[in-house]
Design a protein around this ligand. Structure first.
Ligand SMILES: Cc1cc2nc3c(=O)[nH]c(=O)nc-3n(C[C@H](O)[C@H](O)[C@H](O)COP(=O)(O)OP(=O)(O)OC[C@H]3O[C@@H](n4cnc5c(N)ncnc54)[C@H](O)[C@@H]3O)c2cc1C
Length: 301
């Protein structure tokens, strides 16, 4: 439990209405799963984040940075600590020439839209990814041949002491669904992306095509966190799971999607434990049959 003194101190850094206690995380994840967080705090500015992060490190209170919760499975017991959400309240997008500077809470879809509106190409791939720019950079989100590493030139972060740093593309160590932020306690506040001039109609057509592909292939009518597993070298997770005969495999309310076996979906009342059990069963069977280790892409909290 977080002490009243810590809550009082936080109220000195962010408006009181941005702080809630015992906030159900199911309302903040695309899986629609997750017990209560002791404290949930929405940040409005980098300055607020600097103060809050510095303070929490000083008093040694655990915290977790949340974007849109679209790659996250939160425990049924919730989170014993403070969730710092960088979302809607930090989502400004600025376009200047070929450059887009977005605050970390900006939805990837909105950045993709802004790029299109300015005739800029390079972010079409992100139109249907339901995360924020911050989460997208951390995960090096990508689809259909595009990924954040191809467009990001600078990432502004706050470290645990509240200090600001600017990391260029090479410092980010981008790899498949990986960036250096995964190993350092940095919080992304702003991302600079360099795009190329393109034909507006072609950009629009490409976005439409990719969004339609998603609708056709992905179980978007059920809550999920996207692809549950990373793509194993030389294979596709969905195909391995299908070939293992696990299409529609279900424990409690968690089910291997009938539409796309790479997705585990919440059929309505799934718990985090249900999802974990399905993951474990899928991993076991795929390993037994094909000798391939499936590594989760989703983050567990
Ligand atoms: C239907 C569906 C389709 C999807 N399709 C794709 C796809 O095509 N390609 C793809 O790559 N992903 C896809 N995803 C997964 C997800 O949308 C991406 O990984 C996205 O980038 C996560 O962003 P988020 O803001 O939701 O991050 P969250 O889920 O909130 O967080 C993910 C991780 O990033 C960290 N984080 C978030 N914001 C920050 C920040 N500002 N600073 C530091 N750390 C931060 C969190 O601590 C956590 O470790 C899909 C998900 C769904 C539900």
């Amino acid at each position: 439990m977080i002490s009243a003194a810590v809550i009082e101190a936080l109220k000195g850094y962010v408006p009181e209405e941005n702080i809630s206690l015992q906030e159900k995380m199911a309302g903040h994840t695309t899986f629609r799963i997750g017990g209560p967080a002791d404290c949930f705090l929405q940040l409005e500015s980098e300055e607020q984040l600097r103060k809050v992060q510095k303070y929490l490190n000083l008093v040694e209170e655990p915290y977790f940075i949340l974007g849109n919760g679209s790659n996250l499975l939160v425990s049924d017991r919730g989170y014993q600590g403070i969730i710092l959400q960088i979302g809607q309240k930090m989502s400004r997008i600025q376009v200047s020439g070929n450059t887009i500077i977005a605050q970390a809470g900006a939805p990837l879809s909105q950045v993709s839209k802004a790029a299109y509106e300015h005739g800029l190409s390079g972010m079409e791939f992100a139109a249907g990814i339901p995360g924020t720019v911050g989460g997208g950079v951390v995960m090096n989100a990508g689809a259909y041949g595009g990924e954040m590493s191809q467009v990001v030139t600078m990432v502004r972060v706050v470290d645990k002491n509240g200090e600001i740093m600017e990391l260029d593309n090479s410092t980010m160590e981008f790899d498949y669904r990986y960036s250096a932020i995964k190993k350092y306690p940095f919080t992304v506040t702003e991302v600079t992306m360099k795009l190329t001039e393109g034909n507006k109609e072609e950009i629009r057509a490409r976005i439409k095509e990719l969004v339609a592909k998603r609708r056709e292939k992905q179980p978007l009518d059920y809550p999920s966190a996207g692809s549950t597993f990373k793509r194993p070298e030389g294979h596709f997770a969905g195909k391995l799971i299908m070939d293992a005969g696990m299409r529609g495999f279900q424990i409690g309310g968690a089910r291997v999607s009938d539409k796309h076996c790479g997705f585990i979906v919440n059929t309505g009342n799934a718990t985090a434990e249900d999802v974990k059990d399905v993951i474990a069963e899928v991993q076991d069977r795929v390993k037994e049959l094909f000798r391939v280790e499936l590594e989760p892409e989703i983050i567990f909290l």
